[in-house]
Design a protein around this ligand. Structure first.
Ligand code: NAD
Length: 496
């Protein structure tokens, strides 16, 4: 089915250079029913082909990304303002890893699985079948716009579903790249469709009203709550990958050189626009001054600019810059001292990396997600205080512990309320596809990556097979005293 009419054409400019990247036709509301119908039709076809064949499409996709990775990361860098090397590692390489992982493991994860059957049911066999569910609505953010669209798309497709992608308006041109890739690799028509609109258009919300089989949302907690509420009306299953306020704890026995480099990279990579960014830095009081001087030294070495291999590029979203500014101002008013490579200039997206010395939990920068290049620093006395401070947050996405004492690392980590933990490392768990990824508390619900990342896009059907030879089962009617005695005997024999 075809229906296309322009509502308006938007020019997309690079936040990095201001150059024109291209144009995007906004999707018209009247197109949405056709898009949903197409998604349902393409799902019928796509789900009817074998997992093996679907994986062959994925192999083509992986090879394409490897071949075209350099060019694609340059395009992504222009769209987002991030350095090319970050686009290459976090957007392209991460997507390739995801495909490779599922090429290797999908059959094991969602192929028909034989399960054990209790001894009472000796004549039966048990299985789990992982069935495709239908059109999946993927709503993606702007900070890693390619990977955070592609990762759920890939998983949903491998599981046999069609996808409608609603990319963030901030990096909307990513949708064009996604469309181009699937088209050029001859994926079946409409198995991946993209809708384009600004937040005011409410396209995602209108699509939810059309009852997709599943919603995979990555974005802010505020939007996540709205989606959850709307999806509840229709009982649509939802995965919510939301914001974070990740703490990093540095104990006095840590490798301070490594911890300081990790804090600087973890706080400032992608200009701090990472859900797993180090957003709160807690340092044990005995090493506070020494650690601060290491941080200052490393901050001074950061190269920020629009050159492809600069350490930091610019921020993607102008509205995010106002938030960063507000958090810095609020912290300063409340007594923090700012140490920065420069100041924020109105209209300029190059926000200099900033350390806030002497932060405390009355400041917005320690409570709300900043999502910018700001590293607030606070002292702690001992293990208990560090854990209490780290857990004093509505969020629970990532948390990091730096110490050379492995017992202490495990002890502290086990008490941190988060979905992702790095010991003597930051951000990295998200890059291991064999690990589940997701948060607790206001950081979301559900997991993706790993086994869960495929299973969430399936209907897990429990099947018991009986040969049908016996005329009845012991637990069926009629009941009797003797039957009760027999059951009692069996239970005691098997489970005493
Ligand atoms: P956002 O919530 O503003 O937008 C995310 C997406 O939702 C966009 O596509 C947007 O257009 C859409 N949207 C907005 N309002 C909507 C509504 N009412 N109904 C349906 N869709 C709607 O988030 P953002 O600013 O694009 O992304 C940054 C946030 O994402 C940060 O909080 C960050 O921590 C989080 N994030 C989380 C993860 C994770 O894996 N947990 C990863 C990356 C980013």
């Amino acid at each position: 089915m075809k229906y296309k009419e322009l509502i308006h054409v938007v020019e997309i400019k690079s936040p990095l250079t201001g150059e024109l990247i291209g144009t995007v036709d906004f999707t018209k509301e009247e197109e949405l029913p056709f898009i949903m119908t197409n998604a349902k039709e393409s799902h019928k076809l796509w789900s009817s082909i074998s997992l093996k064949e679907r994986l062959e499409f994925m192999t083509r996709l992986r090879k394409y990304l490897v071949e075209m990775g350099n060019e694609l990361s340059r395009e992504i860098a222009k769209i987002t303002g991030k350095p090319v090397i970050e686009a290459y590692s976090a957007e392209i390489m991460a997507t390739v890893e995801a495909i490779k992982y599922y090429e290797k493991n999908a059959e094991k994860i969602i192929g028909l699985q034989k399960k054990s059957t209790p001894i009472y049911f000796a004549t039966k066999k048990s299985y789990v079948e992982y069935r495709p569910i239908g059109p999946v609505l993927v709503i993606s953010p702007w900070n890693f716009p390619f990977n955070l669209a592609m990762a759920p798309i890939i998983s949903a497709l491998i599981a046999g579903n069609s996808v409608i992608l609603k990319p963030s308006p901030e990096t909307i041109f990513i949708g064009k790249i996604v469309e181009r890739i699937f088209k050029s690799l001859d994926f079946p028509k409409d198995v991946v469709q993209v809708v384009y609109g600004d937040n005011g258009s409410g396209l995602a919300s209108k699509l939810i009203d059309m009852k997709p089989a599943k919603i995979f949302f990555t974005g802010s907690t505020a939007t996540g709550k709205k989606i959850l509420k709307q999806a509840a009306e229709y009982m649509i299953p939802v995965e919510l990958e939301l914001g974070g306020k990740d703490p990093m704890i540095v104990f006095k026995d840590a490798n301070l050189e490594r911890a300081a480099s990790a804090a600087i990279w973890g706080g400032f990579t992608n200009s701090g626009q990472v859900c797993l960014s180090v957003e709160r830095l807690y340092v044990q009081e005995e090493i506070y001054e020494e650690f601060l001087s290491l941080l200052k030294g490393k901050l001074g070495e950061i190269w920020q600019g629009n050159e492809p291999y600069a350490d930091m590029g610019c921020m993607t979203s102008l509205s995010q810059i106002s938030k960063v500014k507000d958090h810095i101002e609020d912290a300063k008013v409340k007594g923090a001292v700012s140490h920065s490579k420069g100041s924020i200039i109105d209209g300029n997206r190059f926000v200099p990396p900033t350390i806030l010395i002497g932060a405390d939990h009355d400041m917005k920068v320690m409570k709300e997600e900043t999502f910018g290049p700001v590293l607030p620093l606070m002292k702690f006395k001992d293990e208990d205080e560090a854990i209490a401070l780290a857990n004093d947050s509505e969020y629970g996405l990532g948390a990091y512990v730096f110490t050379s004492d492995s017992n202490k690392a495990s002890r502290v980590a086990s008490k941190l309320e988060s979905g992702v933990i790095g010991i003597n490392d930051v951000i990295i768990p998200v890059a291991n596809m064999d690990l589940p990824f997701g948060g607790v508390k206001a950081s979301g619900m559900g997991r993706y990556h790993g086994e869960e990342g495929l299973k969430i896009f399936t209907n897990q059907v429990a099947i018991v097979y009986d040969s049908g030879v016996k005329s009845k089962e012991i637990n069926w009617f009629p009941y009797s005293k003797n039957k009760m005695k027999l059951m009692e005997k069996m239970l005691k024999l098997l489970h005493k």
